[in-house]
Ligand binder design. Structure first.
Ligand code: ATP
Length: 229
Protein backbone atom coordinates (compact mmCIF):
# COMPACT_ATOMS: atom_id res chain seq x y z
CA UNK A 1 0.00 0.00 0.00
CA UNK A 2 1.35 3.46 -0.88
CA UNK A 3 1.87 5.93 1.95
CA UNK A 4 -0.82 8.55 2.56
CA UNK A 5 -0.14 11.98 1.09
CA UNK A 6 0.83 14.69 3.57
CA UNK A 7 -1.54 17.68 3.73
CA UNK A 8 0.26 19.66 6.45
CA UNK A 9 3.90 19.33 7.38
CA UNK A 10 5.82 21.28 10.00
CA UNK A 11 9.59 21.23 10.23
CA UNK A 12 11.70 22.31 13.18
CA UNK A 13 9.08 24.62 14.74
CA UNK A 14 9.96 26.91 17.61
CA UNK A 15 7.57 29.15 19.53
CA UNK A 16 8.06 31.04 22.75
CA UNK A 17 6.08 33.67 24.61
CA UNK A 18 7.37 36.60 26.60
CA UNK A 19 7.56 35.95 30.35
CA UNK A 20 6.77 38.43 33.09
CA UNK A 21 9.31 40.40 35.11
CA UNK A 22 10.04 37.48 37.45
CA UNK A 23 9.56 34.70 34.86
CA UNK A 24 11.81 33.71 31.95
CA UNK A 25 10.54 33.43 28.37
CA UNK A 26 8.20 30.48 28.01
CA UNK A 27 9.48 28.03 25.40
CA UNK A 28 6.40 26.17 24.12
CA UNK A 29 7.54 24.47 20.90
CA UNK A 30 11.18 23.42 20.74
CA UNK A 31 12.17 22.14 17.33
CA UNK A 32 8.96 20.25 16.70
CA UNK A 33 8.25 18.20 13.56
CA UNK A 34 4.78 17.10 12.47
CA UNK A 35 2.96 15.59 9.51
CA UNK A 36 -0.79 15.41 8.96
CA UNK A 37 -1.61 12.57 6.55
CA UNK A 38 -4.47 12.82 4.08
CA UNK A 39 -7.82 11.24 4.97
CA UNK A 40 -6.79 10.32 8.50
CA UNK A 41 -7.72 11.57 11.93
CA UNK A 42 -4.65 12.51 13.94
CA UNK A 43 -5.07 13.36 17.61
CA UNK A 44 -2.70 15.42 19.69
CA UNK A 45 -2.90 14.94 23.43
CA UNK A 46 -0.87 16.60 26.16
CA UNK A 47 -1.24 18.14 29.58
CA UNK A 48 -2.80 21.55 30.08
CA UNK A 49 -0.36 24.25 28.99
CA UNK A 50 1.78 21.87 26.93
CA UNK A 51 1.13 23.96 23.80
CA UNK A 52 -1.62 22.08 21.91
CA UNK A 53 -3.67 25.16 20.99
CA UNK A 54 -0.52 27.10 20.16
CA UNK A 55 0.47 24.33 17.77
CA UNK A 56 -2.97 24.27 16.12
CA UNK A 57 -2.95 28.05 15.65
CA UNK A 58 0.50 27.96 14.06
CA UNK A 59 -0.31 25.01 11.79
CA UNK A 60 -3.50 26.81 10.69
CA UNK A 61 -1.69 30.07 9.93
CA UNK A 62 -3.50 31.96 12.72
CA UNK A 63 -0.23 32.61 14.60
CA UNK A 64 3.45 32.73 13.62
CA UNK A 65 6.21 30.43 14.72
CA UNK A 66 9.50 32.03 15.77
CA UNK A 67 11.32 29.65 13.46
CA UNK A 68 10.54 26.69 11.24
CA UNK A 69 8.66 25.82 8.09
CA UNK A 70 4.97 24.97 7.60
CA UNK A 71 3.85 23.37 4.36
CA UNK A 72 0.23 23.10 3.24
CA UNK A 73 0.25 20.60 0.44
CA UNK A 74 3.91 21.57 -0.20
CA UNK A 75 3.22 25.35 -0.18
CA UNK A 76 5.37 27.08 2.44
CA UNK A 77 2.86 29.34 4.21
CA UNK A 78 5.55 31.18 6.16
CA UNK A 79 6.40 32.91 2.86
CA UNK A 80 2.83 34.16 2.24
CA UNK A 81 1.66 37.75 2.71
CA UNK A 82 -1.16 38.02 5.32
CA UNK A 83 -3.97 38.65 2.78
CA UNK A 84 -2.86 35.79 0.52
CA UNK A 85 -2.58 33.49 3.51
CA UNK A 86 -6.06 34.44 4.73
CA UNK A 87 -7.48 33.65 1.29
CA UNK A 88 -5.73 30.30 1.07
CA UNK A 89 -6.71 29.42 4.64
CA UNK A 90 -10.37 30.14 3.90
CA UNK A 91 -10.40 27.43 1.24
CA UNK A 92 -7.86 24.92 2.58
CA UNK A 93 -8.74 24.71 6.28
CA UNK A 94 -11.90 24.55 8.36
CA UNK A 95 -11.60 25.34 12.06
CA UNK A 96 -13.74 23.99 14.88
CA UNK A 97 -13.13 25.29 18.40
CA UNK A 98 -14.32 24.23 21.85
CA UNK A 99 -16.42 27.37 22.13
CA UNK A 100 -18.17 27.60 18.80
CA UNK A 101 -17.18 31.20 17.90
CA UNK A 102 -20.41 31.62 15.92
CA UNK A 103 -21.36 35.25 15.33
CA UNK A 104 -24.16 35.99 17.82
CA UNK A 105 -26.11 38.46 15.68
CA UNK A 106 -26.43 36.13 12.69
CA UNK A 107 -28.64 33.08 12.20
CA UNK A 108 -27.25 29.56 11.90
CA UNK A 109 -27.74 29.69 8.12
CA UNK A 110 -25.94 33.04 7.84
CA UNK A 111 -23.07 31.83 10.04
CA UNK A 112 -22.57 28.74 7.90
CA UNK A 113 -22.72 30.71 4.62
CA UNK A 114 -20.28 33.37 5.90
CA UNK A 115 -16.96 31.82 4.74
CA UNK A 116 -18.31 31.55 1.18
CA UNK A 117 -19.71 35.09 1.25
CA UNK A 118 -16.35 36.38 2.53
CA UNK A 119 -14.67 34.53 -0.34
CA UNK A 120 -16.93 36.45 -2.75
CA UNK A 121 -18.98 33.46 -3.88
CA UNK A 122 -22.51 33.75 -5.23
CA UNK A 123 -24.91 34.38 -2.34
CA UNK A 124 -27.70 32.08 -3.59
CA UNK A 125 -25.27 29.19 -4.03
CA UNK A 126 -23.72 29.92 -0.62
CA UNK A 127 -27.09 29.79 1.15
CA UNK A 128 -28.10 26.65 -0.75
CA UNK A 129 -24.89 24.90 0.30
CA UNK A 130 -25.26 26.17 3.88
CA UNK A 131 -28.76 24.70 4.00
CA UNK A 132 -27.53 21.37 2.59
CA UNK A 133 -24.77 21.19 5.21
CA UNK A 134 -27.15 22.01 8.05
CA UNK A 135 -29.47 19.27 6.79
CA UNK A 136 -26.60 16.80 6.60
CA UNK A 137 -25.85 17.50 10.26
CA UNK A 138 -29.51 17.27 11.26
CA UNK A 139 -29.99 20.91 12.26
CA UNK A 140 -31.74 22.39 9.22
CA UNK A 141 -34.86 23.08 11.27
CA UNK A 142 -32.73 25.43 13.42
CA UNK A 143 -31.35 27.43 10.49
CA UNK A 144 -33.19 30.66 11.29
CA UNK A 145 -32.19 30.66 14.95
CA UNK A 146 -29.32 32.65 16.39
CA UNK A 147 -26.52 30.82 18.27
CA UNK A 148 -27.92 31.74 21.72
CA UNK A 149 -31.17 29.95 20.80
CA UNK A 150 -29.35 26.66 20.07
CA UNK A 151 -28.19 23.92 22.42
CA UNK A 152 -24.45 23.28 22.83
CA UNK A 153 -24.60 20.23 20.58
CA UNK A 154 -26.54 22.13 17.91
CA UNK A 155 -24.08 25.04 18.08
CA UNK A 156 -21.19 22.64 17.50
CA UNK A 157 -22.94 20.97 14.56
CA UNK A 158 -23.48 24.43 13.04
CA UNK A 159 -19.77 25.15 13.59
CA UNK A 160 -18.88 21.94 11.78
CA UNK A 161 -21.13 22.96 8.88
CA UNK A 162 -19.45 26.37 8.76
CA UNK A 163 -15.99 24.72 8.78
CA UNK A 164 -16.98 22.69 5.71
CA UNK A 165 -18.54 25.54 3.76
CA UNK A 166 -15.61 26.09 1.37
CA UNK A 167 -14.81 22.38 0.90
CA UNK A 168 -11.58 22.40 2.93
CA UNK A 169 -9.03 19.59 2.65
CA UNK A 170 -8.27 19.83 6.37
CA UNK A 171 -10.17 20.32 9.60
CA UNK A 172 -8.27 21.64 12.61
CA UNK A 173 -10.38 20.95 15.68
CA UNK A 174 -9.38 22.29 19.10
CA UNK A 175 -11.23 20.37 21.82
CA UNK A 176 -14.40 20.30 19.65
CA UNK A 177 -16.23 18.12 22.18
CA UNK A 178 -14.76 19.71 25.32
CA UNK A 179 -18.04 21.37 26.14
CA UNK A 180 -20.42 18.55 25.22
CA UNK A 181 -22.09 15.60 26.93
CA UNK A 182 -21.39 12.01 25.83
CA UNK A 183 -24.25 11.87 23.30
CA UNK A 184 -23.22 15.05 21.53
CA UNK A 185 -19.54 14.11 21.75
CA UNK A 186 -20.32 10.92 19.84
CA UNK A 187 -22.37 12.81 17.23
CA UNK A 188 -19.45 15.17 16.53
CA UNK A 189 -16.84 12.39 16.47
CA UNK A 190 -19.01 10.27 14.16
CA UNK A 191 -19.33 13.26 11.81
CA UNK A 192 -15.55 13.66 11.71
CA UNK A 193 -15.13 9.97 10.86
CA UNK A 194 -17.80 10.22 8.17
CA UNK A 195 -16.03 13.21 6.60
CA UNK A 196 -12.76 11.30 6.59
CA UNK A 197 -14.38 8.30 4.92
CA UNK A 198 -16.68 10.00 2.42
CA UNK A 199 -14.68 13.10 1.49
CA UNK A 200 -11.13 12.18 2.38
CA UNK A 201 -10.87 15.09 4.78
CA UNK A 202 -7.82 15.14 7.05
CA UNK A 203 -8.42 16.03 10.69
CA UNK A 204 -6.15 17.27 13.43
CA UNK A 205 -8.01 16.73 16.70
CA UNK A 206 -6.70 18.36 19.85
CA UNK A 207 -8.05 16.71 22.95
CA UNK A 208 -7.05 16.00 26.51
CA UNK A 209 -9.36 12.97 26.66
CA UNK A 210 -7.41 9.82 25.94
CA UNK A 211 -10.45 7.68 25.11
CA UNK A 212 -11.38 10.15 22.36
CA UNK A 213 -7.80 10.25 21.06
CA UNK A 214 -7.53 6.47 20.85
CA UNK A 215 -10.51 6.29 18.46
CA UNK A 216 -8.44 8.20 15.90
CA UNK A 217 -5.97 6.83 13.33
CA UNK A 218 -2.85 8.29 14.94
CA UNK A 219 -2.17 9.65 18.40
CA UNK A 220 0.72 12.00 19.18
CA UNK A 221 1.65 13.44 22.55
CA UNK A 222 2.96 16.97 22.93
CA UNK A 223 5.44 17.06 25.78
CA UNK A 224 8.44 19.29 26.49
CA UNK A 225 7.89 21.14 23.22
CA UNK A 226 8.04 18.15 20.88
CA UNK A 227 5.63 15.46 19.62
CA UNK A 228 6.08 11.78 20.26
CA UNK A 229 3.94 8.86 19.10
N1 ATP B 1 -0.32 34.86 23.71
C1 ATP B 1 0.31 34.29 24.73
N2 ATP B 1 1.15 35.00 25.52
C2 ATP B 1 1.82 34.42 26.55
N3 ATP B 1 1.72 33.10 26.88
C3 ATP B 1 0.89 32.36 26.12
C4 ATP B 1 0.15 32.89 25.02
N4 ATP B 1 -0.58 31.88 24.46
C5 ATP B 1 -0.32 30.77 25.18
N5 ATP B 1 0.57 31.05 26.18
C6 ATP B 1 1.12 30.09 27.14
O1 ATP B 1 1.72 29.04 26.40
C7 ATP B 1 1.48 27.78 27.05
C8 ATP B 1 0.77 26.85 26.06
O2 ATP B 1 -0.57 27.31 25.88
P1 ATP B 1 -1.64 26.48 25.03
O3 ATP B 1 -2.93 27.20 25.11
O4 ATP B 1 -1.07 26.22 23.69
O5 ATP B 1 -1.69 25.11 25.86
P2 ATP B 1 -2.71 23.88 25.73
O6 ATP B 1 -1.87 22.65 25.73
O7 ATP B 1 -3.62 24.10 24.58
O8 ATP B 1 -3.49 24.00 27.11
P3 ATP B 1 -5.01 23.56 27.51
O9 ATP B 1 -5.08 22.07 27.39
O10 ATP B 1 -5.11 24.02 28.94
O11 ATP B 1 -5.95 24.30 26.59
C9 ATP B 1 0.67 28.09 28.30
O12 ATP B 1 1.56 28.14 29.40
C10 ATP B 1 0.06 29.45 28.00
O13 ATP B 1 -0.16 30.17 29.18
Amino acid sequence: MSEAKTVIEAKDLYKSFEGSSDKPRLEVLKGMNFTLPEAKITSVIGSSGSGKSTLLHILGGLDHADKGQILWDERDITQYKPDDLAQLRNSYIGFVFQFHHLLPEFTALENVAMPALIAGKDAKQAYDRAHTLLARFGVEDRQDHRPAQLSGGEQQRVSMARALMNNPRVILADEPTGNLDDTNTNIILDLLFELRDTEGISVLLITHEKDIAYRSDHVLELKNGVLTS
